[in-house]
Design a protein around this ligand. Structure first.
Ligand code: NAD
Length: 254
């Protein structure tokens, strides 16, 4: 019979992790809330008041691009000020112990790399806010220089190479996840022997399909998330608690 106390669930997670050698972790916005970056859906999130600009509107409407740059200013301040928290460091420690075969993240904040995960082992499904990219030719450039242009009054910054609209190198809602990242994420998932979800509502596709892919091979699933997700019922261990509280305890006892 399943144990229901937090300590019991932590023990269940430890037992599963001890048997695994090719762990894949999927992280969402929830892993970074304890670093001061709000997620999209939780009560109190500013994104509930100002819905994020979607890709189609960004490309087709000047007002949407202006709204994008206005909201980006406050988010980029939070991302700049943020430092990795105990949950990020716990996942970096799993990599140090050579049991984490890859880390797939929906986040664009770069905190996993800052915590010590090797950049080549982090798949940023939704891009990064630490660079700028042209929406037409894809040329990467400095996000701080782009932000300076906007702060100096440039209303609709364009790419010097092709004239396309510039924005942070993140994936907006409605924008396609790059094939290369998605293919790598699926390959990692196809070869893992344990799938760990941390701080994701599992509502955003295609990221939410990855644990389902693991499940189809009968791979154990552990979820650490404050709220319930649609995969709770079919997962092996589900811990509804703060990732920064739970993950260090788990990793310390492995
Ligand atoms: P989400 O906002 O849909 O869900 C986050 C989940 O994390 C929620 O279910 C919440 O209960 C949980 N959570 C919040 N704090 C937690 C904590 N301390 N410990 C454990 N769980 C916690 O986020 P999502 O599923 O990642 O999807 C939204 C998309 O928005 C992401 O895919 C990402 O691209 C983008 N986003 C990224 C960042 C970032 O880079 N830090 C921040 C906001 C949004």
């Amino acid at each position: 019979m399943a144990t229901l106390t937090l300590q019991g669930l932590v023990q269940d997670a430890i037992e599963l992790l001890q048997q695994a050698q090719r762990i894949v972790a999927l992280t969402g916005a929830g892993i970074s809330t304890e670093s001061g970056i709000p997620d999209f859906r939780s009560p109190g999130s500013i994104w509930r008041e100002i819905p994020p600009v979607n890709y189609r509107d960004f490309i087709s409407k000047a007002e949407a691009r202006q709204q994008y740059w206005q909201t980006r200013r406050s988010l980029s301040g939070q991302v700049k000020a943020a430092r990795p928290n105990a949950a990020h460091y716990a996942l970096a420690e799993l990599e140090d112990r050579h049991v984490l075969s890859g880390l797939i993240t929906q986040n664009f904040d770069g905190l996993h790399q800052e915590a010590g995960n090797a950049p080549e082992n982090v798949i940023e499904l939704h891009g990064t806010s630490r660079s700028a990219a042209c929406t037409l030719c894809g040329t990467r450039s400095s996000i701080s220089e782009l932000q300076e242009r906007v702060d100096a009054g440039e209303v609709d910054p364009r790419c010097p190479v092709c004239g396309g609209y510039l924005k942070a190198a993140t994936i907006l809602f409605g924008q396609r996840v790059p094939d290369a990242e998605l293919t790598r994420a699926k390959e990692l998932t196809a070869n893992c022997d344990l799938f760990l979800v941390v701080g994701s509502s599992l509502k955003v596709m295609p990221a939410a399909l990855l644990p389902r892919q693991a499940l189809s091979r009968n791979v154990p699933i552990i979820i650490v998330n404050l709220e319930a997700t649609s995969l709770d019922e079919v997962s092996d261990v589900v811990i509804h608690a703060k990732a920064g509280f739970v993950l260090p305890q788990i990793v310390a006892q492995l």
